[in-house]
Design a protein around this ligand. Structure first.
Ligand code: ZN
Length: 144
């Protein structure tokens, strides 16, 4: 897994700088370079209020946006797990843990903050208590 050239977070975007040199960028720096479209100001506000890093929230935003169908808490969790595996493969557990996304409750907190900010649609029956489970994401991410 490559790290962002501007910070130490995982890179999610490769671009050419000066036409020749490859640069690797995380979500936040890719948006700042206009290589990725995301509502950075709103996500910064969520980050300050919810206490998760900007890149973790952008990852969640992307995971939900890419999901085919979100009808309940398990769809949201699976969207996050699927997206993590696609983006970060075997480093998923490490990356999410570094962002403080460790349990489903963390997913719920960020998801509900995105809903509150109007960035994703609300899902009936997906209140914070509905995300509560004993399983950590690591258990699921490490499973084959
Ligand atoms: Zn970066």
């Amino acid at each position: 897994m490559r790290s962002c050239d501007s910070c130490s977070d995982p890179a999610v975007k490769v671009a050419l700088s000066g036409g020749t040199r490859q640069v690797h960028l995380c979500y936040r720096h890719a948006v700042e370079e206009a290589l990725l479209d995301a509502p950075l100001d709103e996500i910064r506000t969520i980050s300050e209020n919810a206490g998760y890093p900007v890149n973790g929230i952008m990852f969640m935003f992307e995971a939900v946006a890419r999901a085919e169908r979100i009808a309940g808490v398990s769809d949201i969790s699976w969207a996050v797990i699927r997206s993590a595996r696609e983006r970060f493969d075997t480093s998923s557990r490490y990356v999410l843990r570094n962002w403080g996304i460790i349990t489903r409750v963390d997913i719920g907190k960020i998801f509900l903050a995105l809903v509150e900010a109007g960035l994703v649609a609300a899902v009936p029956g997906a209140g914070l208590n509905d995300f509560d489970t004993q399983f950590t994401l690591g258990d699921v991410l490490d499973a084959p």
